[in-house]
Ligand binder design. Structure first.
Ligand SMILES: O=C(O)CCC(=O)C(=O)O
Ligand SMILES: [Fe+2]
Length: 349
């Protein structure tokens, strides 16, 4: 145990290295940065922590302790990290990549337009934005508690359903691990968000190469609601996250890895201890097309989320008001499937 404490202490003292083992370096980047991209959207290649999921589940209690401490620091000091050695089979990962790529076939764009509704009960929504504010085609589906997907093509439906089930297992594992990093019983987050009935929205985002976009912006700056956001992609390039030090960092996800970003509602629950971070997609520097599959894993719609009493005291007064997840998603007049952030409105002065 003494050995572990000293290891954890060592880990603690080596803050700048929290990043990662060198094998996850930027060699995975498949997008070629344009030397001439507009400076205002430039970002640094600072490393982002890599969390090994298998170690969080390790039977070796010492190893698990170290992994949890690493996760705690990744949550508190970054708020986003890469997840590797997770349990999604390669086959499931690769099928999603193939099916999503086929779905976005430019010759079938007319077929996709049938999902271009804008009603409040939309469970599937397609859109194409090509403007100064946003350059992306997307398909959004509500994937939990009920699973909705276009019936056509049928392979896409099957692959995404499997992927969604596998990803929910990982998010359950993360909820248990994150609860422990906060010093609570494993079920703390599951109960606080009622994740078993959690409202999940999956977005397939396609970004054109810069030559075909109307501006440098793929998606403008935002944070996402929910517990965590999971993201997989075909190629690296364009996604940038604003660190707590106010520095934009380029995201380079290791091959078959997943990017995890903490959501607004974890920030609310922890009264600001674990924060959601602003991110954006810049297409200005990508010379090739890119797509991502992003899932916002939320609390159940009827769950009121407010700061846990354990996070509030004289030194840390309550920073957010409580609201049901449904009301917080609709606070800006948006529809549930828009999964818009309302963190600003929920902040107490
Ligand atoms: O596609 C990406 O890289 C990010 C997408 C995103 O931030 C979102 O869908 O909320
Ligand atoms: Fe996002």
């Amino acid at each position: 145990m003494a050995e572990i404490s000293s290891f954890v202490a060592q880990l603690h003292s080596s803050l700048p290295d929290l990043g990662v083992s060198p094998i996850y370096s930027n060699k995975f980047s498949q997008i070629f940065l344009d030397q001439h991209h507009v400076d205002s959207y430039s970002a640094s290649d600072d490393e982002i922590p890599t969390v090994d999921y298998s170690l969080l589940l390790s039977d070796d209690s010492d190893q698990k302790l170290i992994a949890l401490e690493y996760l705690r620091r990744a949550c508190q000091e970054y708020g986003f990290f890469y997840l590797v050695n997770h349990t999604i089979p390669d086959k499931v990962f690769d099928c999603v990549l193939n099916e999503v790529s086929d779905f976005f076939d430019p010759t079938t764009i007319e077929d996709r337009k049938i999902y271009c509704k804008r009603g409040s009960p939309d469970k599937i929504r397609w859109d194409l934005n090509s403007s100064a504010e946003e350059n992306r085609e997307y398909l959004k589906i509500v994937s939990h508690p009920e699973y909705h997907v276009p019936s056509n093509p049928s392979n896409l439906s099957k692959s995404l359903e499997e992927y969604s089930k596998e990803m929910r297992k990982i998010v359950g594992g993360l909820a248990r691990a994150v609860s422990k990093t906060l010093g609570f019983e494993e079920a703390y987050i599951e109960k606080a968000f009622n994740l078993n009935s959690g409202f999940d929205v999956m977005a397939m985002n396609l970004y054109p190469p810069n030559s075909r976009s109307k501006s440098a912006v793929g998606i403008p700056e935002h944070t996402d609601p929910g517990f965590v956001v999971t993201l997989m992609q075909d190629v690296n390039g364009g996604l940038q996250i604003l660190s707590h030090k106010g520095k934009w960092i380029n995201v380079y996800i290791p091959s078959r890895g997943i990017l995890i970003q903490l959501g607004d509602h974890l920030e609310i629950l922890t009264n600001g201890k674990y924060k959601s971070h602003i991110h954006r997609v810049i297409v200005d520097n990508n010379k090739v097309q890119r797509f991502s599959v992003v899932t916002l894993h939320g609390p159940s719609l009827d769950k009121i989320v407010s700061p846990g009493i354990e996070f509030v005291d004289d030194e840390n007064p309550q920073k957010y008001c409580g609201k049901t997840y449904k009301d917080s998603l609709e606070a800006n007049g948006g529809h549930l499937i828009d999964v818009e952030s309302s963190l600003q409105q929920l902040r107490l002065a």
